[in-house]
Design a protein around this ligand. Sequence first.
Ligand SMILES: Cc1cc2nc3c(=O)[nH]c(=O)nc-3n(C[C@H](O)[C@H](O)[C@H](O)COP(=O)(O)O)c2cc1C
Length: 272
Amino acid sequence: MNMDIWNELLLPSTTEDAAWELFHENSKLGRYFAALSEEQVVQKTKELHESLPYEGYPKVELPALLATPTSSLYETILNRVSVRNFAPRSFSLEEIATLLHYAYGTTRDNQGTNLPRPFRAVPSGGALYPLEIYFHCVDVKGLVPGLYHYNAAGHHIRRLSEGDQRKTIAESLIQPEVALESSLMIFITAMFERTVFKYGNRGYRFTFLEAGHVAQNMNLMATALELGCVNIGGFYDRDVDAYLGLDGIMHSTIYLMAIGEPTCSESIEGKA
Ligand SMILES: Cc1cc2nc3c(=O)[nH]c(=O)nc-3n(C[C@H](O)[C@H](O)[C@H](O)COP(=O)(O)O)c2cc1C
C-alpha cells in the first residue's frame, strides 16, 4: 500500500507532551515506591493543619443539631439533577451546617487506629483530608453576608470578609449568571502537601477523587433538603484563588458548587 495513503488512514498520533498523559504516566503506582513509615506520616501530619485556623477572624459556632431530611438515599440519588436557574432563598444556619457537616465534617475519632486524623464524612486516601471548604452566602439567618471558611475539625465557621460579593465571583465563572442567582456558593480547595508528602504524584490524583466524594455528598444533601445544586468546573482558577486569598500552587481551588432555590422551569425532578 502506498505509504502516504496509509499515513492518512492512521489516527492522529498522541501528543506525547500532553500534560494529562505525562501526569497519568508519572502518577502510576510502582512496586518500588519508597513508602514513608507510619511514624513519619504521623510526624509530618502533626506539622500540617487539620483545618486552616483563620485565628482572629469572627467565629460562628455551628449548631450541633442538624436538619434531618426524610427522603431515602434511594429517592435522593434518583432526584439529584444539576440545577442552573435559581430564585432567591433564605437559608437557616442549621441548613448551612447540615450541608457542610455531611459533605466534609468530622464523624468519628481515630483513637485506637494507626491513622493520623479523626475521620470525616467521606473516604480519604490515608485519612489525610487535604481539602478545605469556603462558602459565600447572602441570606443566612444569623450570618452577615460574606465569605466564610468552614473549620471541619471544630465544627465552626469564620467570616473572612463581609458583603455581597456575587458580582466578583460571577466575573470568575464561565457562567456568571449562576453566581448572580444562587444564594450560596461553595468552594472546595486543596492543600496538596497534606497528601503528596505521602503519596507523591499519586496523591494529587487522590485529592481530586476526594473532592468528588465531598461534592457528591453536598449534591445529595442539597437534593434531600429540596435545594437546587450545580457543580462548577468552569471557573478561572487564578481569579478564584485570588478572591479566596490562596497562592494557587500549594493551595488552590479545585471545584465549586452553586446552591439555591430551584426555579419552576428547572426544579428537582419529581417536585416540579
Ligand atoms: C467535574 C464536573 C464539572 C462540571 N462543571 C459544570 C459547569 O462548569 N457548569 C455547569 O453548568 N455544569 C457543570 N457540571 C454539571 C454537568 O454538566 C452535569 O452533571 C451533566 O450535564 C449531567 O447532568 P445532571 O447532573 O443533571 O445529571 C459539571 C459536572 C462535573 C462532574
